[in-house]
Design a protein around this ligand. Structure first.
Ligand code: UGA
Length: 452
C-alpha cells in the first residue's frame, strides 16, 4: 500500500474521515430549528431554514433574530452576511436542493395531553413532494417513541420509494437561555437509525464538536426517541423532588441549599438540577412529562412515578400560592420576573401566569417587570401595570414576589428595596435573597426551603 493510501486508510479506520460540508434544509425556525440551523452553519454546513410563517422569515432575512437567546445573534450575523445560511418560505424547492432534511417543527401539548404531531405530518406531506433524490430525513422535534417508524410508513403510503430516504432520529438537549453554549459544547449527541451509515453521516455533521468530553450514542430509532423523553422526565423528577424537600426544610429548620449540596457530593446523584424554585415550567418539562405518562399508559403499563412528578409540581405551586396569600394583606404586588427561567423571553408555562391569575382573582394591583419577557406577557395580560425597572416596580408596593432568577435581581440591595416599598414583604421563589439581610431590614418573607 502506498504511503498516501495508508494515511487515508488510517484516518478512515480511526473514524476521522475527510471534512464534509453537507447541504441541509432545516424545517421550522422555532427555537430548536433556529439554533440548530445557525449552529450547523457555524460548523461549516450549507443551510437553508424554512418556515410557513412569512413574517418570521422576513425578519430573519433582515438579520433580526425573533427570539431572545444569548449569543445567537452574534453567531448568526456573519453567517447570514456571508450567505452561509438562508431563510425561505419556499419549502418544497429548499427541500429538493438539500441532501439532509432536519425536521424541527413544534410538537406542543394537545388538549388531551399527547404531543400534537400535526406540524410533523404537514411536513411529511411536503417532503413526499420533494423527494427528488436520496435524502436523510432527520427528526429533531421531540416525538413519542415509534414516531420515526410511523413517519417512514407515512411516506411509503404517500408513494415514496423506501430506498429514496432514510429516517434518523437526533433529539435535541439544548436549554433555552444557554442553547448556543449547549449546541457548541454538547454532553452527548444521540442518534437513532435503521441504517448505520445514515447515522454515521449525521454524526459526522457534529464532528468538530465530538471530543473526549462529548459522547455520541448511535442506537435504534426507538431508543433515541425515548432517551429524550426519559431525560426530560428524570430532570423534572429532580426538580419536583428537591421542591418537596424544600417544603420539608421550611418546616424543620433544615436549609435546602445545604441539603442539595450534601446530596450532590455523591456522584451517583450529582449536584445539578437540585435548585428549588416555583416548580418546573417552560415549553418542555410540563409537556414531555405529560406526554410520557400517556405513552406509558397507551402501552398498558402503569405510570405511577411520572404521574407523581406532575402532581408534585402542581401541588408545590399551590403551596407557594397559599404563602403568597398569607403575605397578601395590602394590595400592590410587585412581580420581578415573568419568564419561566432567566436568560429567555419565553413565558410558556411560567409560574408568573398562574400567579397573575391568582392575584387578579384576589383583586390585587399588579406591577410587573422582566428584562426580556414583558412583551410576551403583555399579549396574555394587557391590563396589569408593566414597569421598565426593578425600582419602579417596587416603589410603593406591599409585596415583592421574585419569580425568575435574573442576575439583576440577585444583586438587589435589600435596604434600598425596603426604602422603596410601602410594606416590607417578600416571596422569594428562587432563593436569591439573603434571609439574614431580609430579617435585618424587618421583612416578613417566605422562600423555598431556607427560612433559617
Ligand atoms: C429542558 C432541558 O433541560 C433540555 O435538556 C431540553 O433540551 C429542553 O428542556 C427541551 O426538551 O427542549 P429548558 O426547558 O430550556 O430545557 O429549561 P431548563 O433549564 O431545563 O429548566 C426547566 C424548568 O425547570 C424551568 O422552569 C427552571 O426554572 C426549572 N428548574 C431547573 C428548577 O426549578 N430547578 C433547577 O435546578 C433546574
Amino acid at each position: 500500500m502506498k504511503h498516501s493510501n495508508l494515511f487515508i486508510f488510517l484516518l478512515f479506520f480511526m473514524g476521522i474521515s475527510a471534512e464534509t460540508a453537507e447541504k441541509i434544509c432545516v424545517i421550522g425556525t422555532g427555537y430548536v430549528g433556529l439554533v440548530t440551523g445557525i449552529g450547523l452553519a457555524h460548523l461549516g454546513h450549507d443551510i437553508t431554514c424554512i418556515d410557513i410563517d412569512q413574517a418570521k422569515i422576513d425578519r430573519l432575512n433582515r438579520l433580526e433574530i425573533p427570539i431572545y437567546e444569548p449569543g445567537l445573534k452574534e453567531l448568526a450575523d456573519p453567517l447570514m452576511k456571508e450567505q452561509k445560511i438562508r431563510f425561505s418560505t419556499d419549502r418544497v424547492s429548499a427541500m429538493r436542493s438539500a441532501d439532509i432534511l432536519y425536521i424541527a417543527v413544534g410538537t406542543p401539548m394537545s388538549d388531551d395531553g399527547c404531543a400534537d404531531l400535526s406540524a410533523l405530518n404537514a411536513t411529511l406531506n411536503d417532503i413526499a413532494q420533494a423527494l427528488n433524490k436520496k435524502k436523510i430525513i432527520c427528526i429533531k422535534s421531540t416525538v413519542p417513541v415509534g414516531t420515526c417508524a410511523q413517519a417512514k410508513q407515512t411516506l411509503i403510503k404517500k408513494g415514496c420509494d423506501p430506498l429514496s430516504f432514510e429516517i434518523v432520529s437526533n433529539p435535541e438537549f439544548l436549554r433555552e437561555g444557554s442553547s448556543v453554549h449547549d449546541f457548541l459544547n454538547p454532553d452527548r449527541i444521540v442518534i437513532g437509525c435503521e441504517d448505520h451509515s445514515a447515522g454515521l453521516r449525521i454524526k459526522n455533521l457534529y464532528k468538530k464538536l465530538i471530543d473526549n468530553r462529548s459522547k455520541c450514542l448511535i442506537t435504534n430509532l426507538e431508543s433515541s426517541e425515548l432517551t429524550k423523553y426519559a431525560s426530560n422526565a428524570l430532570l423534572a423528577t429532580k426538580i419536583a423532588f428537591i421542591n418537596e424537600i424544600a417544603q420539608l426544610c421550611n418546616k424543620t429548620g433544615a436549609n435546602v441549599e445545604e441539603v442539595a449540596r450534601g446530596m450532590g457530593m455523591d456522584k451517583r446523584i450529582g449536584e445539578q438540577f437540585l435548585n428549588p424554585g416555583p416548580g418546573f415550567g417552560g415549553s418542555c418539562f410540563p409537556k414531555d412529562t405529560k406526554a410520557l405518562e400517556l405513552i406509558i399508559k397507551k402501552h398498558g403499563l402503569e405510570a405511577n412515578l411520572i404521574n407523581a412528578i406532575f402532581k408534585s409540581n402542581e401541588n408545590h405551586k399551590q403551596i407557594l400560592l397559599k404563602q403568597v396569600d398569607h403575605l397578601l394583606g395590602i394590595q400592590t404586588v410587585a412581580i420581578l420576573g415573568l419568564t419561566f427561567k432567566a436568560n429567555t423571553d419565553d413565558i410558556r408555562y411560567s409560574f408568573a401566569i398562574e400567579l397573575i391569575e391568582h392575584l387578579q382573582k384576589r383583586g390585587a394591583h399588579i406591577k410587573a417587570y422582566d428584562p426580556q419577557g414583558t412583551q410576551n406577557m403583555k399579549e396574555l395580560f394587557p391590563n396589569i401595570e408593566y414597569c421598565t425597572s426593578t425600582k419602579d416596580t417596587l416603589k410603593n408596593s406591599d409585596l415583592m414576589v421574585i419569580v425568575t432568577e435574573w442576575d439583576e435581581f440577585k444583586k438587589l440591595n435589600i435596604k434600598e428595596c425596603a426604602d422603596l416599598m410601602r410594606t416590607r414583604r417578600v416571596m422569594d421563589m428562587r432563593n436569591i435573597l439573603d434571609p439574614n439581610e431580609l430579617k435585618r431590614n424587618n421583612f416578613t418573607f417566605y422562600n423555598v426551603g431556607k427560612m433559617r
